[in-house]
Design a protein around this ligand. Structure first.
Ligand SMILES: [Zn+2]
Length: 321
């Protein structure tokens, strides 16, 4: 008996089989299933092979910009129609060699994920050129030193983004102007969500302000046990925590007047009795920004020295590839 199976259904089944996890993979590894999962299916007929290849290359994993050169001559459908998500590994030395990812011809590309173990900003931009207008989302993983300089580079490289996801090891403190690890008094809510475009460190928000369409920013960051910053589970946004480090909070929040002025600044206003300096750095949000979401996870690494050792090891792993 001939069994007819609609191609649309076959397409859905293959797409489901190849769904990749979005968060649990180890930094810099390829989360895609093995090709062997669908190899037999792809051999069944020419039509099935095309379906398998299309589903397989929906997410394209690249270890270096030079990998794209191969695609210029082979399987041109990858660029022209198959790939919707690009996963890239940023290697410190390769970036300094000046080879950006050339995305010309990726007509249906929607999301770019970049694993960056170290410096990724080159000439004030991230290492991508010829970015198609279809790109709506960028996901930067493993940012070790996310200064406002990195956010300026994001804005310069992807001015028309809708969603920005960041996984970072530290965060910018708007009071001491340094990148610091996060310390909270436990228990800590798993998420902290702000609406109406507030909730970023002031310097991040100002760097992203030229992005006209940016709607959502999601930041994932580890924390360790601290003594001064308490996110009340019933009202975690009370002091509008947005990156302040433990030392600054302990020392500066003891001054109730300062705290009132600081929260006002984070809300985009300054109080009339302020000294002039306070007006210099108000929160300015990107015009379409609606949601800022922080996601926290408990880290076992308690001090910066230990974290730097781990980052050095990760960098060495990248260099050995
Ligand atoms: Zn600080």
């Amino acid at each position: 008996m001939f069994l007819f199976f609609p191609l649309e259904l076959v397409h859905e089944i293959i797409a489901w089989l190849l769904i990749t996890p979005t968060s649990a993979e180890q930094a810099g590894t390829n989360p895609k299933p093995k090709w062997s999962l669908i190899a037999s299916f792809s051999s069944a007929s020419k039509t099935y092979r095309t379906l398998a290849l299309e589903a397989w290359f929906r997410v394209l994993f690249l270890r270096s910009p030079q990998d794209l050169l191969f695609l210029k001559e082979n399987l041109q459908e990858i660029r022209s129609s198959w790939t919707r998500e690009l996963h890239c590994i940023a290697n410190y030395h390769r970036q300094l060699d000046g080879h950006p990812w050339d995305l010309a011809g990726f007509c249906r590309l929607q999301t770019i994920r970049l694993h960056c173990s170290s410096i990724v900003v080159v000439k004030e931009r991230l290492p991508f050129i010829n970015i198609p207008p279809s790109v709506m989302e960028v996901d930067l993983r493993d940012l070790t030193w996310p200064s406002p300089f990195v956010f300026q580079a994001i804005t310069a490289t992807f001015p028309d983004l809708r969603t920005l996801r960041l996984s970072q090891r530290r965060v910018w403190c708007g009071l001491c102007h340094t990148c610091s690890t996060v310390k909270f008094v436990e228990p800590v809510p798993s998420k902290l969500v702000y609406k109406e475009g507030f909730g970023l460190p002031i310097h991040y928000a100002r760097a992203l302000a030229p992005m006209r369409y940016l709607h959502t920013v999601r930041i994932t960051i580890p924390y360790t046990n601290g003594t001064s910053i308490r996110l009340n589970p019933d009202d975690p946004a009370k002091d509008m925590w947005s990156g302040e480090c433990e030392d600054c909070v302990r020392i500066m929040y003891a001054d109730a007047d300062f705290l009132e002025r600081w929260i006002a600044r984070k809300g985009g206003t300054f109080l009339s009795n302020l000294p002039g300096k306070d007006a210099e750095r108000l929160y300015i949000k990107p015009p379409a920004l609606e949601t800022v979401e922080w996601t926290f996870w408990r880290s076992e690494i308690d001090d910066d020295e230990e974290l730097e050792e781990e980052e050095d090891l990760a960098l060495a792993d990248y260099d050995e590839e």
